[in-house]
Design a protein around this ligand. Structure first.
Ligand SMILES: Cc1cc2nc3c(=O)[nH]c(=O)nc-3n(C[C@H](O)[C@H](O)[C@H](O)COP(=O)(O)O)c2cc1C
Length: 191
């Protein structure tokens, strides 16, 4: 079994990556393969509403000049998907949004490609707006018939400068519990 985690931060190895890695470490300790994919430096454009994916039905986005199809392939092959984003203006980053729009529409055009995979969102935040960003991530999972594991709090970690998320003890525990619950869920789903 494998989990693919996308970090939608503009900063590689920042607070969002720290939080995602805490979840991935728990998954690894349960024998699940993991990959962290940084979107930073790899711009994804938003959906252009060509609806070609509904005509082609080939599990691909028809706009081929960025990394979106590589991301969709990774989602298809994985058993679980993590979407991580810092909070930007009380929502997810533009890159995360573009990933959601395009992977989400291709999934719908092809009969809900990620149906009954496990999925969870993780959010880094300095002060406010994280719960809205978290909802934006969850909208991707719920419309796609995915199954979301819970944790001991909403999946949020606090920090501004890179590394500060390591000081948020409750955030750290939330990520660890999320990883444990995601592993438990994936094993049940594999049945
Ligand atoms: C463009 C931009 C907008 C931001 N908007 C918010 C915000 O609305 N609320 C907040 O608490 N922090 C905001 N922040 C701070 C980041 O969410 C915070 O520094 C986070 O830890 C960054 O995660 P990263 O290290 O993974 O990039 C913003 C940062 C940037 C660059």
């Amino acid at each position: 079994m494998k989990v693919i985690a996308f970090n939608g931060s503009a900063r590689k190895q920042g607070n969002t990556a720290i939080l995602l890695n805490l979840v991935l470490d728990e998954l690894k300790s349960e024998g699940i393969e993991t990959e962290l994919y940084e979107l930073s430096g790899k711009p994804i454009k938003g959906c252009i509403a060509c609806y070609q994916c509904f005509k082609n039905k080939d599990q691909r986005c028809a706009v081929e000049d960025d990394i979106i199809n590589e991301c969709i392939e990774k989602m298809i092959e994985a058993d679980g998907i993590l979407l991580g984003s810092p909070t930007y203006f009380a929502d997810v980053t533009a890159g995360t949004r573009a990933l959601i729009e395009r992977a989400g529409l291709v999934a719908r055009a092809n009969g809900d490609l990620f149906k009954r995979k496990a999925g969870a969102g993780v959010v880094a935040v300095r002060r406010a707006g994280a719960i809205h960003a978290f909802s934006s991530l969850n909208n991707f999972f719920t419309i796609g018939q995915m199954i979301i594991p819970g944790s001991s709090y909403w999946n949020i970690g606090f920090g501004r400068e890179i590394g500060e998320a390591n000081n948020d003890n409750e955030g750290i525990q939330t990520m660890k519990t999320l990883g444990q619950n995601m592993a438990w869920l994936m094993k049940k789903l594999k049945g």
